[in-house]
Design a binder for this molecule. Sequence first.
Ligand SMILES: Cc1cc2nc3c(=O)[nH]c(=O)nc-3n(C[C@H](O)[C@H](O)[C@H](O)COP(=O)(O)OP(=O)(O)OC[C@H]3O[C@@H](n4cnc5c(N)ncnc54)[C@H](O)[C@@H]3O)c2cc1C
Length: 317
Amino acid sequence: MSEQKNTADVIIVGGGPAGLSAALWCAELRMKTILFEKEAYFGGQLLRIYNPITNYIGLETKNGREMRDRFMSAVEKIDNNDGFIIRLQAEAANIDTAGKKVILDNGEHFSANAMIIATGVRRRKLGVDGEDAFQGKGIIESGAKEKEKVENRIVAIVGGGDAALENALILSDYAKKIYVIHRRADLSARSEFLDVAKKNVKIEFRPNTTVRKFTGTGKLNAVEVANIETGRKGKIGVDFALIRIGVEPNTELLGVELGLDDNRYLPVNNCCETGAEGVFAIGDVANPVAPTISGAAGMGAIAAKAIYLRKNLENPV
Ligand SMILES: Cc1cc2nc3c(=O)[nH]c(=O)nc-3n(C[C@H](O)[C@H](O)[C@H](O)COP(=O)(O)OP(=O)(O)OC[C@H]3O[C@@H](n4cnc5c(N)ncnc54)[C@H](O)[C@@H]3O)c2cc1C
């Protein structure tokens, strides 16, 4: 690739709703834009939403994939005279925020005048034995997607927040029994889920309990647990498990100069700019009070517009 092709006005890292929205806005504002997504598909967390999406104003879709397709049809229509490059399976392996440079996992180098970090979040892991080994062999990814699998079976759900309880309720229509294993005494899920779950005879709560390991031969058949208060260890026989213990930001590539907070999220100002000049962060990675698709898309627009306005102030016509 020629040097010119490797330089841009804006580099965007991450092709979820935030990155796609920023890309659309940057290209519409006629800035040379390069968007990198590490996976083989754009969409980020949208690809893990199996329910209808009804809260993105003016656009209702039957699941996240359909919303991703609608977003992509807007992005693919962009005509920016070759000033718009989108790359899949392009993982930013090294990000130099001071020099606004990105090195991809294949060794290609890119640089820009401004950079937008839109790397989102990933599910937090328990970090216990068997968690990886039983993925797809008893540990399921989504209640909405895999509900039929648990018909008349026993399921452990690990976590006590909204996502854990929402999945417990979805699966309770199918499963014989559901254990909700939670390390605290109280659950943090909102009452909309909690009140209904507490009345559901199929759901049994195991508070003050941690998971020690997942066990089985070839397929998951038990969760080993420990009670935090008494120290008592035990084993719960289960056919399936689902882990929902929150998320963490994809910021391990980024340095302290961006002012990462204690949980490694990226604080931003009202232009979505981080502690490093010309480096913006948008969507879930910027720790919004409400991590939403519309919030991510809105932040994409704000960052793009802020970069555009600054560029034009610096280079008035
Ligand atoms: C099950 C579920 C249901 C949800 N339901 C709703 C809902 O009904 N309404 C709603 O508004 N929101 C919902 N959300 C939340 C919404 O999906 C997120 O707020 C939104 O996807 C955030 O977008 P994002 O672009 O910031 O991050 P993400 O969607 O996380 O995308 C980040 C992207 O960056 C890529 N990336 C990461 N690191 C790199 C790297 N080094 N190089 C290149 N690419 C990288 C990732 O692969 C990913 O594609 C739901 C989320 C889930 C999981």
